[in-house]
Each structure stands twice: as C-alpha cells, then as structure tokens.
Design a protein around this ligand. Structure first.
Ligand code: ADP
Length: 575
C-alpha cells in the first residue's frame, strides 16, 4: 500500500502545483488589477477635483475681469456702485468660498494725505490707511463686500505693506493678468483657519496704453480683488473630506517654492502606506498649483473589485480538494491494478500448487504402494535383511510424503486458500488408522506405540483430513525425536468441554527455554537427532495452525532428556 502511495504522490503533487500556479497567477493578476484600478480611480479623482478648483477659480477670474468694467469710466466709482455691482453679479452667493470682494486703490506716497482726506469726506470720516509706515506706493482697501464686521476692518489696509500680497500685486500689475497670491494669513485670524489667498485683478487708468510692462506700471490705478480662506474655499469645492472614500487623497502646493496650499486630512495616513499616484500642475490665476494625488496600496483584502485574499484562500481550498480527488481516483485505480496483479499471482500459485501436488505426491504415493506390496509378499518371499531395508525405504517415503503435505499446506496457507471441509467423525478411529499407517516407521526405529482410547465414543465435527495431518505430525515427531527402542503413548481423553489427543514419548525432550519457539515457522532445535532425522521446521507450525482453525490449541510438556508430551486440545462442542 505504501508503494502505491509513493507512486501516486508525484502526479498528485503535480496537479496540486499546477492548480496552485493558476491560483498564484490569478492572485497576482488580481493584485495588479486592483493596483491599476486604484491608480485609475485616484487619477480620476485628482483630475475631477483639479477641474472643479480650476473652474471655480476661472469663474472668479472672469468675475473680477467683468468687475473691472465698472472702473472703466472716467467717473470715480463710489461705495454704492460697488455694492450694486457685487449684488447684481451675485458672485458671493453663486460661488461660495470667497470671503470678500474688494477694491484697493493705488496711491503714491505723495498723494496719501489728500487721498485719505478725500475718503474721509466721501466714504467714512474715520478712514485711515494702515499699517503705518512710509512706503513709495500704497494700495489701501477702499470698498469691500459683504459688509461684515470683520470685512469692514479691512478697509484702509494697505496690501503693499505685506510682502506676499505685494509680490502678487506687482505681478498682476506688470502682467495685466488676474493673479493669485501664495498663501497669506488673514489679517484678523492667525489660526490655521486663517490661511488665505487673494486673487488680484489689475485696474488701469482709462485711456492709458497698457501694451508693455512699463505702460502697465504707469497706468495702474487700483485692484479689484477677491479674498479666500483656503479651508473654506476647498470645502466649498470638495465633496467631503478632500479624499476619495479613504482610497485616495491629494495635496496642493502653490508657487515656485512648492509652498503647501492645501492638504487633505488623511493625506499623510494614505501616503504612509501607499503610493504617489500622480502629480499635475494647474496654471491658474497667473500662478501654478501643483496637485499631488496619493492612493492606498492594493492590499490583500478587497481594495478593488477583485479580492486577492479570497482568490488565494479559495484557490488553496480548491487545490487541496482537486488533488485530494485525484489522490482518491489514482489510489482506487492503483488498488484495482494491485488486486488484479495479486489475482494473477494467486492463480499462478494455484496452478503451481496443483502441478506440484500431482507431480510430487502421486509418484511418492506410488512408491509407498509398491513398497507395501513387496513387504506384504506380493513379489514373493522377502528375507529378513531385504525386509529391513524395504521397511527403511518405506519409512523414508512416509516422511517424504509428510513433508510434501506440510509444504503444500504452507503454500495453501500463504495464499489464504485453506478452507476446512468439515464432517462428523470419530477421532478414536482416526487415531488407530494413523498408528497403523505409521507402524512401519515406528518399527524401523524399534519403538513401541501404545494407543489408549476411552471406551465411550465421542464424535468430533471438523476437517478429518486436517486433524489427521496434525496428529500424524505429532506422532512422526515422537518417532523422530526418540532414540531407538523408545516408548510412545498416544492417549485420547474427553472432558465435558474438550477432546485431548496427547502424544507422549520418552525421547530427547526439549529444554524449557526453547519451548516457545517450537511452533514458529521454520524453527528447529539443533541436537544430534534433529540433524540425523532431518526436517523442515514447519510440522509444529502446521499442528498449531490446524488446532487454531478448529478453535483449539496445542500444549507442550517437556524436559531435556526426559521425553515430551504434545497435546492437541479441541473444543468438544466444535461444530
Ligand atoms: P521438524 O520436525 O521438521 O524439524 P517441527 O516443527 O515438527 O519441525 O519441530 C520443530 C522442532 O521441535 C524440531 O526440530 C525438534 O527439535 C523439536 N521437536 C518436535 N517434536 C519433538 C519431540 N517430540 N521431542 C523432542 N523435540 C521435538
């Protein structure tokens, strides 16, 4: 059986490995497809947010451009006109995110006093340009909408006084384009919430040429601008938390220095276990916004549509089941083959057995009959010397036949083909028959055989041929292993439950230490007689086997140099 398992192990292993290879490929394909899927989703997400932000800023840009028209006339714009413009364009309502829309006027230092005075009369008696300090040019806020308390405080603030704003103001002025600042801090909010940016649209004096930078620098009159809190602006354009259901997030930096403009809350968390998916630049408001989208790495669990871990687990189970099935099928087939082979071998053995029994037994039996006939005087008178020789030949022939029978029995036992052919018979009669048959052998050794049988008859149900063989073996052994002129007593006795057939001799006996192994196959005990008489070491094995098949057993009592008694014990009720 072990041989079968070794033979089928290889194909089963091959099947297992083949299935696992498919599983492995599917697993990696699934991981890969998830990665691609995540990349595509992240790219799409980045693209769409980028577009929303671009569109929103473009709208503000256009609105500011449009607003410049208000200042195109020769007449100075007043607060109400500005208010009206903001209300009619409804820019703040339509595009939330802007904190304020305002107008700042460019005032050279030498005109600051006059400017301030005129505004105190036309706009607000407390109008003051701040922060204090001497600068070449000022750009104080004149109008601002909506008129919230915090916005009102901005009126008078000089945007030129602060470097980031100033840089954008100059860029706007020189380029003539609406320009977005880098990150600035809200004037009255120093918390991260106060991080802000401003979009400036330059307004030039009507009628002045503005084709070159110099002309634009000379013509600059003021700025229309929109102010944004970054967080509020982003919230107004982003769906939720600035991420894509936790799978992707982005950050935006601004300007050449890659200054951080905005970063989604879970950006750091995602990038720590993930990948940068895409970086794109958005040129808007005369500035550059750099978008960096990050995405989760595709894990074993379902990060995408396919589930690598599930594929792995189900694949493994499938591989085990398939190889198990292949194992079972192959083992079944191999067993079938083995049985067929065994059947073939048994058939060959049977044929050999019947051939052997015919070829060995028949001639040996013939010899026995002829020798018997000579001894009985069928071929004329036999003188004592001749008789002695023929009796020896007869005894040898007896032993030969017995050995042939034992060997054939062993062969049949080996192939499991001993079937008892049971009938009811008298062991008493059987005993007497056997002793008569073995008489010549005993006589050749000058043994005296005594048979003691009870008067009462007791039938036994068993295989007469087998029981005869067992008893014959014991008597032959007694004849063999007793020196000439020995005494052999064969006794049959019954108890309520048992039939006991004992063969007692006064032969060479067996040492106690040797008695256990007597009944083993091919075991012989070396002594001068066993060497002289010869034997195969299977006689007692056969005896015990036959007794066992009849639910009986064999007992031995012996002492070295003091004779032996072998007893076959059979159940009296054996049926
Ligand atoms: P064999 O007689 O062919 O050697 P057996 O199985 O019949 O094989 O006996 C095994 C051994 O037991 C014999 O070799 C012999 O030494 C010992 N033996 C059997 N019967 C007797 C006996 N009656 N007296 C002494 N020794 C015996």
């Amino acid at each position: 059986m072990q041989r079968i398992e070794k033979t089928i192990l290889l194909p089963v292993l091959v099947v297992f490995l083949a299935v696992m290879a498919v599983v492995g490929i599917s697993f990696f394909m699934s991981l890969n497809s998830n990665q691609k899927e995540l990349d595509a989703a992240a790219a799409e997400y980045g693209e769409s947010t980028r577009n929303v932000i671009r569109d929103r800023l473009n709208i503000f840009e256009e609105t500011l451009h449009a607003g410049l028209g208000l200042f195109a006339g020769n007449q100075a714009v007043n607060k109400d006109q500005f208010n009206q413009f903001i209300n009619t364009s409804a820019v703040l309502e339509r595009y939330p995110g802007a904190q304020s829309v305002a107008y700042a006027k460019v005032v050279p230092r030498d005109q600051l006093g006059t400017f301030q005075d005129s505004l105190r009369t036309t706009l607000n008696p407390t109008f003051t340009v701040y922060p204090e300090g001497s600068r070449d040019v000022y750009a104080p806020v004149v109008f601002i909408e909506p008129q919230s308390d915090s916005n009102k405080k901005i009126v008078g603030f000089d945007a030129y006084s602060e470097s980031v704003r100033q840089k954008a103001l100059i860029r706007a002025r020189d380029s003539g384009k609406v320009t977005v600042t880098e990150v600035v801090q809200s004037l009255f909010d120093t918390t991260p919430e106060g991080r802000a940016f401003v979009m400036y649209a330059p307004q030039y004096k009507t009628g002045m040429p503005i084709s070159t930078t110099e002309e634009r620098q000379a013509a600059i009159e003021g700025y229309l601008y929109a102010g944004f809190r970054i967080s509020r602006f982003m919230e107004s354009v982003l769906p939720a938390d600035g991420d894509d259901n936790g799978r992707a997030a982005f950050k935006v930096s601004i300007g050449g220095e890659d200054q951080e403009f905005y970063k989604a809350k879970n950006y750091d968390q995602i990038i720590s276990g993930g990948h940068i998916s895409k970086t794109t630049d958005l040129n808007v408001g005369n500035n550059t916004l750099r978008f960096t989208v990050v995405r989760q790495s595709a894990g074993l669990f379902s990060s995408g549509d396919s589930q690598p871990l599930a594929i792995l687990i189900f694949g493994l189970v499938a591989a085990i089941l398939i190889s198990g099935a292949v194992w079972l099928i192959l083992r079944g087939k191999a067993n079938e083959l083995l049985l067929e082979q065994e059947r073939g071998i048994n058939e060959a053995k049977d044929n050999l057995l019947s051939l052997a029994s015919h070829q060995l037994r028949t001639p040996a039996t013939g010899v026995k009959q002829y020798l018997g006939m000579i001894l009985q005087g069928f071929a004329g008178d036999v003188d004592p010397h001749q008789r002695q020789l023929i009796e020896k030949a007869y005894a040898s022939n007896e032993r030969q036949l017995k050995t042939i029978n034992d060997v054939l029995y062993m062969a049949r036992l080996g192939s499991g083909r001993i079937i008892l052919s049971k009938s009811t018979f008298l062991i008493r009669d059987l005993l007497q028959d056997i002793v008569r048959e073995l008489d010549n052998e005993a006589t050749a050794r000058h043994h005296k055989i005594t048979v003691k049988v009870p008067k009462r008859k007791k039938e036994f149900y068993g295989d007469a041929h087998m029981v005869r063989m067992a008893i014959e073996n014991l008597i032959t052994n007694a004849i063999k292993y007793t020196r000439d002129n020995g005494k052999i007593t064969i006794q049959l006795s019954y108890t309520k439950d048992e039939i006991r057939i004992s063969v007692k001799d006064n032969g060479i006996g067996i040492d106690k230490s040797q008695q256990d192994r007597l009944f083993e196959q091919f075991e012989r005990i070396d002594n001068d007689l066993s060497i002289a008489v010869g034997g195969s070491g299977i006689g007692l094995y056969v005896v015990r086997n036959i007794a066992g098949m009849h639910d009986g057993h064999v007992e031995v009592e012996s002492e070295l140099d003091n004779g032996s008694t072998f007893t076959i014990v059979l159940p009296a009720t054996a049926k």
